[in-house]
Design a protein around this ligand. Structure first.
Ligand code: AHR
Length: 672
């Protein structure tokens, strides 16, 4: 029995339909949409004000975040001190132009600056016999200097000479070819018989992100150089901060900045810890130091004063972390810690003291007669388990409490599991973990005692395989954790991701929020994730509850705040879908006038990507970045689809803008 052509077609069609049904069933099984309901009480009576300080940043000098990063100085090792105090020494990353037939270069200890005695001695053996471009030295900066056409660069150095000086100062390509800007500094032997400061401004006639600074001559004789600096004139407010990186941070709207570390504050050994007094005053006089934890030299151009200035420029409260006489490998006994306590008190006087006081006058001389708004200090970093921590801490605590009763003092001991055995205003809580664990930690503070000091989640991040160099997976887990923090912001008063910055040429720690090189930058998914919380500081947390069937991979919260730009009031729903299925989320508002939410002016922002491990890169800086779209069907009862593996935020425009926000202490509620 044969098949007719028609019956064959019918069979094929039936087969196709069956296959389609099977595929659909399988599809439904794998990607079944889940349902969830978020009930939001829009009444402010049951709401709670989120602390103004909740989300900030932690800036550590790690990964060349400051030196060769946010701090715009282009020269690395500007005083030739990085090779150590014994001379002759290594001058890395400086290099010599010309071979030993033409020039001898060594360091000696003849600098005019008492705290950094090393200087560079160039003995030029040639004159008319020198190579045409001269001999001398060059500095490649931090993996190349970014020189931009039309921009101006202030070059400053100190020179001394046995004879007349004729020095060409130039910005060139990385191989010395292609002059971008150049000038010749000349002077008689008597002009330079003593150390003399030279200042010049170079204007670039072309752009090159991988340039170098050269100092060359064809004049026979001996020349000494010291404290060579090249600063772009175009920095944030002229304060020395690289504009593009400053803007990335400013966009986060951080309420505070914790600085300068981290382990950087502790040091592997005390002798290499960051000490504020060595980082202030004229930049030429700063000795610089080798940060032995992150293994690089810093000239300390970004010093204590500059950190305070950065805080002010960001409109963020400074949180100064100082060394408490404890490093990773050595500790000062409590009986000998008083000099460290005095150093901290002096640092507070520097920041806040009257301009006529000893340390306040130095601040004033540096350009800031008004006190800085320093109200928070942390006694050490991750030192709670150290032998002398408690003893040392108490010495700092009583001295600071006595001299500055308003200053909030942060202990390194985690008070979330056991009550602290010493007085503190806040305690540090650090967490670096896997994505699943981080997501599950969204409830970490639900049952923490509400009595006693507040929590400061001063370092958090997903690390290891789940994070790579900054994955979507890590960002989603952290978003879940932060929603938990937001809900527990009656006890958690501050939180900051770590680390903030990485120079891609010196990845000491992965992942980080902002990646850069000399001329490029991008945010990792964790950076973009934090922007979803940038309106939370001082906003109002609405009471909400989530019912989700078949899924514990969804976390959501609701806040309301007034947008400072348009002065309008919004409700922001944030939802993290940590699962592989889309969720149909029904949102139902109680205690809200039926027509008070408007579609026009409301929007949706989604952070997701096809692959959980997707990362951004210089080539694809926004592969994983928030996508904003208009939102339809906004109302008292509304539905949205929350895509799998996503972080979604809905900004719903409220008609009435004259809401009375609850005060922080009048309406606390633990059910939100
Ligand atoms: O954020 C990187 C490091 O992690 C910090 O320096 C330290 O505090 C923590 O161990």
């Amino acid at each position: 029995m044969g098949f007719s052509k028609d019956s064959c077609c019918v069979c094929m069609l039936q087969l196709f339909i069956v296959v389609c049904l099977i595929v659909q069933c399988v599809d439904v099984k794998v990607h079944a949409d889940l349902n969830a309901t978020l009930t939001v009480n829009a009444s402010l009576a049951s709401a709670r004000r989120i602390p103004d300080t909740l989300f900030g940043i932690f800036f550590e000098e790690i990964n060349h975040a400051g030196a060769g990063g946010l701090w715009a100085e282009l020269v690395s090792n500007r005083g030739f001190e990085a090779g150590g105090p014994n001379t002759p020494s290594n001058i890395d990353p400086w290099s010599i132009i010309g071979n030993e037939t033409y020039i001898n270069v060594v360091t000696d200890r003849t600098s005019i600056f008492e705290r950094n005695k090393v200087a560079l001695r160039l003995e030029v053996l040639c004159d008319s016999t020198c190579p045409a471009d001269g001999v001398g030295v060059y500095n490649p900066g931090f993996w190349g200097m970014n020189i931009e056409q039309g921009k101006k660069y202030k070059v400053v150095f100190y020179a001394r000479s046995t004879g007349p000086l004729n020095l060409t100062v130039s910005l060139t390509g990385s191989n010395g070819v292609g002059s971008l800007a150049s000038t010749v500094i000349t002077g008689s032997a008597s002009d330079f018989s003593n150390w003399t400061k030279v200042e010049t401004v170079l204007e670039a006639k072309a752009t090159n992100g991988n340039s170098r600074l050269q100092l060359t001559t064809t004049t026979k004789g001996v020349v000494w150089l010291d404290q060579v600096s090249a600063m772009p004139l175009d920095t944030y407010k002229g304060h020395g901060f690289r504009n593009d990186l400053f803007q990335m941070v400013a966009d986060m709207k951080p309420s505070f900045i914790r600085f300068p570390g981290g382990c950087f504050v502790e040091g592997d050994y005390l002798r290499n810890a960051f000490r504020w007094k060595a980082s202030v005053g004229p930049w030429e006089e700063r000795p610089g130091h080798f940060g032995d934890v992150w293994k690089y030299w810093t000239d300390d151009g970004l010093g204590y004063y500059e950190f305070l200035q950065l805080s002010e420029d960001l409109g963020a409260l400074p949180i100064w972390v100082f060394n408490n006489g404890v490093s990773h490998n050595d500790e000062v006994d409590t009986s000998s810690v008083l000099p460290f306590v005095q150093e901290a008190l002096d640092g507070l006087e520097f920041a806040r003291g009257d301009p006529t006081s000893k340390w306040g006058s130095l601040r004033a001389a540096m350009g800031h007669p008004e006190p800085f708004n320093l109200k928070y200090v942390a006694v050490g970093n991750e030192d709670c388990g150290k032998k002398n921590y408690r003893g040392n801490y108490l010495r700092f605590y009583s001295a600071i409490r006595h001299a500055y009763p308003d200053i909030q003092i942060i202990s390194n001991c985690d008070g979330s599991s056991t009550p602290l055995d010493h007085p503190a205003d806040l305690y540090d809580y650090h967490i670096y973990t896997s994505a699943n664990d981080m997501f599950s930690k969204s409830t970490a503070f639900n049952r923490v005692t509400r009595n006693g000091p507040k929590a400061f989640v001063s370092e958090y991040a997903v690390t290891g395989n789940d994070a790579g160099q900054g994955s979507l997976l890590a960002a989603l887990a952290e978003a879940g954790f932060l929603i938990g923090i937001e809900k527990n912001s009656d006890i958690v008063n501050m939180a900051s991701y770590a680390p903030l910055f990485v120079n891609a040429n010196d990845r000491r720690w992965n992942p980080d929020a902002i990646v850069f090189n000399s001329f490029q930058h991008y945010g990792t998914p964790s950076y973009w994730m934090q922007l979803f919380f940038s309106e939370s500081n001082g906003a109002t947390l609405l009471n909400s509850s989530l019912q989700a069937t078949g899924s514990n991979s969804l976390i959501a919260s609701a806040i309301t705040w007034q947008n400072s730009a348009d002065k309008k009031t919004y409700i922001r729903i944030k939802a993290v879908n940590f699962g592989a299925s889309a969720v149909n989320l029904k949102i139902s508002f109680n205690e809200l006038d039926p027509n008070s939410l408007q579609s026009s002016g409301s929007s949706k922002t989604v952070l997701t990507s096809p692959n959980l491990m997707d990362e951004n890169s210089f080539l694809q800086p926004k592969k994983v970045a928030p996508i904003n779209s208009l939102l339809q069907n906004v109302g008292k009862d509304m539905s949205v689809t929350v895509p799998p593996h996503s972080f979604t935020s809905l900004d719903l425009l409220k008609e009435s803008s004259n809401l009375k926000m609850p005060g922080s202490d009048s309406s606390s509620s633990s059910s939100v």
